[in-house]
Design a protein around this ligand. Structure first.
Ligand SMILES: [Zn+2]
Ligand SMILES: [Zn+2]
Length: 646
């Protein structure tokens, strides 16, 4: 056996002695504080891992997604060490990394409370500063069981029983934990963390097991990144669309219909303004609106494939014409009963079939805003973001094979236009390709994926591939927007479908007089209007552009003497087509302003005796601008100049 190994780092090969540690081949140019772990032949390892054979070695940097995971899990260990030193008799269980942080489940003598967190954090900082080296050892399973049993760690013993032999153990100072790793080289690397909350959790998530005490926390590569994150979390809390929806009087939820919003009059204004906007675009882009039933015989859902793939997400109903009142949810249950539609697609195939179609009629673009119902589990419901009842700006395009690319391109153009107009600057595109389970041949998939890719390229739209994430019937373009809180939302989709036209036996007469199948494109730009409104409210903090604001102008009177003038202004603005109200209550101006701000009214118009005398107003804008005196006519002009996307 050679006493040297060849390592490849950044495309360059070096010969180093066997047993050289990973860190020593990565030193070049990377400050040691930024280097937290490594990949050896693709496998994540500690920097202290010894190189035993030829390998490709890559650095894992602190602020990379993997680096963050290493830091967060190492911080979970640090927390467990602090907890066990502060609360003797506490047993440890598991401490995984989760999105944006980590948790650790403990079995303490008494459950932890949020009051314990500052104390634990202080201890963690002390232990981090002490710069305990973090070392990995491997021991046979038997020995590990003995070790942890002697420590009274019965949960760990249970975990070891299921782990692969040998068992790896990570130690720092006099503390150790069973762990696969990797970890940062020493506790000194952990300097930006925060414990965020406590909760109860059953051991192994099973309610028959003991209740454990869970502590949540987060950690970042730098204090700046941590602070930035905590700021965004706080902002997300302030902007929660459920909270703002209540304050702005937009919508409510009630257990009488879980997951189904009740839109209040002001919420309906936003809902309808978005639909009106899409309708204006539809006229320009050549869409026809249709209205199809909400409830269909299950036979249709059998033809579409929904019965087979989606029926557990559907609300079902017995057939009123039948004596059979029970609902059969089995595979053959589609012979009877009705279902509330979860999607518009199957219904639109009947609209297509309403007439004989010729190649000259295509493309046909059918749009529909009808309510859709999906039987989501109650535990997954979340405000407007996850609902049981929704409307989509849904449309289905029926076209010829040679029209696909143009249709996709037209939709991409619409996506960009809509998100530009709605103030989302950051839009990302992904092409989701053939999944494991699919209809059709790989050649067909390659061709249709090529068409979507071409349309993206023609529009000079950069995109990533989302491998194997297409629908089972065809590839799709997924469109994501980033909001002001740096969260990503999938909103729009454009999907190619050869399957539905086949299942519903759709055809058109081609130029040679023969029958051919059209292709179906499913697309939604806003997606679910519910979800979109939720995203929009959190993105803007409720400060909507004028055309979407439920109440656009509120006239605030300074005293009883100007009541009539205030009412006159509101009436004038209403005649001009604006949504205006006069607040002539006998309240202090400060109080009225605060209420208008809470309701997120973009234009606050203040009038007192001086304004009444010279027929002017004092304008105060929600978006920070200072109050501003202007003639009444100038206010009307200013309002008329606010942009409305068309
Ligand atoms: Zn661990
Ligand atoms: Zn569809």
């Amino acid at each position: 056996m050679s006493s040297n190994v060849t390592v490849t780092v950044g495309g360059e090969s070096h010969v180093v002695p066997v047993g050289t540690i990973v860190r020593d081949v990565l030193k070049n140019g990377i400050p040691s504080k930024d280097l937290v772990a490594a990949r050896v032949d693709g496998k994540l390892v500690d920097l202290t891992r010894k190189l035993e054979h030829d390998a490709a070695v890559e650095p894992v940097l602190a602020d990379s997604p993997e680096g963050l995971e290493v830091i967060r899990h190492s911080t979970a260990h640090l927390m467990a060490m602090a907890v066990q030193s502060l609360f003797p008799g506490t047993q440890v269980t598991i401490g995984p990394v989760i999105e944006d942080g980590f948790f650790y489940d403990f079995a303490p003598p008494a459950p932890f409370t949020v009051e314990d967190l500052p104390k634990i954090e202080a201890k963690m900082r002390e232990l981090a500063k002490a710069d305990h080296k973090i070392t990995r050892t491997e021991v046979p399973r038997e020995e590990a069981v003995k070790k942890f049993a002697a420590m009274g760690e019965k949960y760990k013993v249970e975990i070891i029983a299921e782990a692969e032999d040998p068992i790896s153990i990570y130690s720092q100072g006099d503390w150790m934990d069973l762990c696969r790793g990797p970890h940062v080289p020493s506790t000194r690397y952990l300097k930006a963390f925060k414990l965020t909350s406590v909760a109860g959790a059953y051991w192994r998530g099973d309610e028959h097991n003991a209740m454990l005490s869970r502590i949540y926390g987060t950690a970042f590569a730098s204090k700046e990144a941590l602070e930035e994150h905590l700021k965004l979390v706080e902002l997300a809390h302030q902007r929660d669309h459920r909270k703002l929806g209540r304050e702005m009087g937009l919508y409510i939820f009630d257990p009488i219909s879980p997951g189904s919003p009740f839109y209040l009059p002001k919420g309906v204004i936003i809902f309808n303004a978005l639909i009106d906007y899409m309708r204006r675009l539809y006229r320009r882009y050549g869409y026809d609106e249709v209205v199809t039933p909400l409830i269909f015989k299950n036979a249709m859902f059998n033809t579409s494939g929904h019965w087979e793939n989606f029926r557990e997400n559907m609300f079902l109903s017995p057939d009123p014409d039948s004596d059979e009142h029970s609902i059969d949810t089995g595979p053959d249950g589609w012979h009877h009963g009705y279902g509330l539609k979860p999607m518009n697609c199957p219904g639109h195939t009947f609209v297509y079939r309403a007439e004989k179609r010729s190649y000259r009629d295509l493309p046909l673009r059918f749009a529909e805003f009808s309510r859709l119902h999906r039987a989501e589990r109650s535990g997954t419901l979340h405000g407007l973001m996850r609902v049981r009842a929704m409307s989509q700006d849904d449309a289905h395009i029926f076209c010829r094979e040679d029209q696909i690319e143009d249709e996709i391109a037209l939709n991409l153009q619409m996506v960009r236009e809509v998100y530009g107009a709605l103030g989302f600057d950051h839009v990302e595109f992904k092409l989701a390709t053939m999944p494991e389970q699919h209809l059709g041949t790989p050649e067909q998939w390659e061709m249709s994926e090529g068409k979507l890719a071409n349309a993206l390229k023609r529009n000079e739209i950069p995109f990533d591939i989302n491998p194997k994430e297409g629908a089972f019937y065809g590839p799709k373009i997924e469109i994501y927007v980033s909001d002001a809180l740096k969260r990503k939302w999938q909103v729009a989709t454009i999907q190619l479908d050869y399957n539905a036209p086949e299942r519903f036996d759709l055809s058109y007469t081609n130029s040679a007089g023969a029958e051919e199948r059209p292709v179906m494109i499913h697309r939604a730009i806003l997606g679910s209007l519910e979800r979109f409104i939720g995203v929009l409210i959190e993105h803007t903090g409720g400060v909507l552009p004028l055309w979407l604001a439920p109440e656009q102008v509120r006239v605030l009177s300074l005293s009883e003497k100007v009541e009539d003038y205030a009412k006159e202004i509101a009436d004038l603005l209403k005649r001009e087509g604006f949504r205006a109200h006069a607040d002539i209550r006998n309240e202090k101006l400060g109080f009225k302003v605060r209420e208008a701000e809470l309701a997120k009214v973009p234009y606050m118009v203040v009038v007192g005796e001086r304004e009444a005398a010279d027929r002017s107003v004092s304008l105060r804008l929600l978006r920070g601008e200072k109050s501003n005196a202007m003639p009444l006519a100038a206010l009307v002009e200013k309002l008329k100049q606010e942009p409305i996307p068309a």
